[in-house]
Design a protein around this ligand. Structure first.
Ligand SMILES: [Zn+2]
Ligand SMILES: [Zn+2]
Length: 440
């Protein structure tokens, strides 16, 4: 993106405020809701829960929404929460937050840092942390719901707020849809989400029409050999050596088979095999994440991986073909073009072009794409989460800003949370605006 200094951003925020009555009023509304939002954020941050285990989190979100007058259903698609607030005839808009945290041991040094440890689904002892900012998303969505519920004269229609489980396993949205989210509850005309992004300065709101996040496939490969004594390799087929060759050949798929004009990633993020230096193991497991933006590239990657893995095993005379398992497939997240244009034009009008920016797509993935695949126009906005001075220094020095999922990730709380609430509130009011005749 073009260089954006924090000074310019702060000036833009300050300059934008007094120009229109509505801006002042939105800022004042966000101010009034902010303290409760921040308190909720701190509570949630201290008590993170892993994907599909978000029971206390779901209970809290459900209680918050009930207090605001929402009709709340829990246990949708596992631990999912659905809150419905009807306010006359008009469009139905879904506003989504995620509920889950990550198996990361927090290292932010914050006074309210998580000290939670638990067993993951494989029985391993892990630290748990809201390292993706889903706590901030929950605080924003509840705050937005509070403002919407508090002043029903400025919108009409049906607001559906959902707390979605297991975004980090990209399976919670599907679980909620399969459990009747779009049939047991009012079907949304639009679905909206906001995600924080530490690669941009806090206070900034980002949009992009079209694909913004990639296809993602999780692939688990088991390479089978024949184990034996480390000093007698001639009696074995060594799966460690097959795995090593496989990892390297896999790297040639993107570099040699995919056009430089297409984007793709194959990462072998985990490799497990063996127990002891003098034992050749029977098998080695590889865990891959595979990213792309289009269906043809995705298909090519899947079939090329299978070809390479089988061929490397065959070349080593493996006693058995490797197993290749595809799980957690996620579809590219595509922001609806008309919806994105409508909302971005409104946000720029309300907040100014310095604060509201068109941001490039990225290689991460999200199961918010399930709503667009179900035929609902969707829009995910992003909010910058890095302290502007830190952002400026990184730009000056060409340094990389810390990413989400990092143990040291901490959003620049106040401006980030305020921007998220502001973006949500303005978007909902735009989509559910009261027609002129009705305001007389
Ligand atoms: Zn995440
Ligand atoms: Zn996330």
């Amino acid at each position: 993106m073009p260089r954006l200094t924090s000074a310019a951003l702060l000036l833009a925020i300050a300059a934008a405020t007094p120009l229109h009555a509505q801006r002042t009023s939105v800022a004042a509304e966000v101010d009034a809701a902010y303290q409760k939002g921040e308190a909720l954020y701190v509570d949630l941050h201290k008590a993170p829960e892993l994907s599909f285990h978000e029971t206390a989190t779901a209970t809290r979100i459900a209680a918050e929404l009930r207090t605001l007058g929402f009709d709340v259903t829990t246990g949708v698609g596992g631990t999912g929460v659905v809150g419905v607030l009807k306010n006359g005839a008009g469009p139905t808009v879904l506003l989504r937050t995620e509920l889950d945290a990550l198996p990361v041991t927090e290292a932010t040094g914050l006074a309210f840092a998580s000290t939670v440890r638990t067993k993951d689904d494989n029985g391993a002892d892990v630290g748990v942390m809201h390292a993706c900012g889903h706590d901030l998303h929950m605080a924003a969505v509840v705050s937005t719901a509070r403002i919407m519920a508090g002043d029903r004269s400025r919108w009409h229609g049906t607001l559906v707020v959902i707390g979605q489980p297991a975004e980090e396993r990209t399976s919670g949205a599907r679980a909620m849809i399969q459990d009747g989210l779009l049939t047991r509850f009012p079907r949304p005309d639009f679905a909206i989400a906001v995600h924080d992004d530490p690669r941009y300065p806090s206070g900034m709101i980002g949009y992009h029409a079209g694909p913004i996040l990639s296809n993602s496939d999780a692939i688990t490969i088991r390479i089978f050999g024949r184990g034996g004594h480390g000093a007698r390799p001639e009696t074995t087929v060594d799966p460690v050596v097959i795995a090593a060759r496989t990892v390297l050949t896999l790297q040639t798929i993107v570099s040699r088979e995919i056009s430089p004009f297409d984007q793709a990633v194959i990462t072998v993020g985990a490799i497990h095999g063996g127990t002891k230096r003098n034992i050749i193991p029977d098998e080695v497991r590889l865990d891959l994440t595979v990213r792309s933006f289009t269906d043809p590239v995705r298909q090519h990657l899947r079939s090329a991986i299978e070809r390479v893995v089988k061929a490397e095993a065959a070349a080593a005379a493996a006693p058995k073909e490797p197993s290749i398992e595809l799980s957690e497939p996620t579809y590219a997240l595509v922001n609806d073009t008309a919806l994105t244009q409508r909302i971005s034009a409104m946000l720029i009008r309300e907040l100014g072009p310095t604060r509201v920016r068109d941001l490039p797509p990225e290689g991460a993935s999200e199961d918010f794409s399930e709503f667009q695949r179900a035929g609902i126009p969707t829009l995910m906005l992003r909010v910058g989460a890095t302290e502007p001075a830190v952002y400026d220094k990184a730009i000056r020095e060409g340094a990389t800003l810390p990413s989400l999922h990092n143990a040291a990730f901490k959003p620049d709380l106040q401006p980030t949370l305020r921007a998220a609430i502001t973006a949500e509130l303005l978007t909902l009011r735009e989509l559910m605006s009261v027609p002129r005749a009705a305001t007389r």
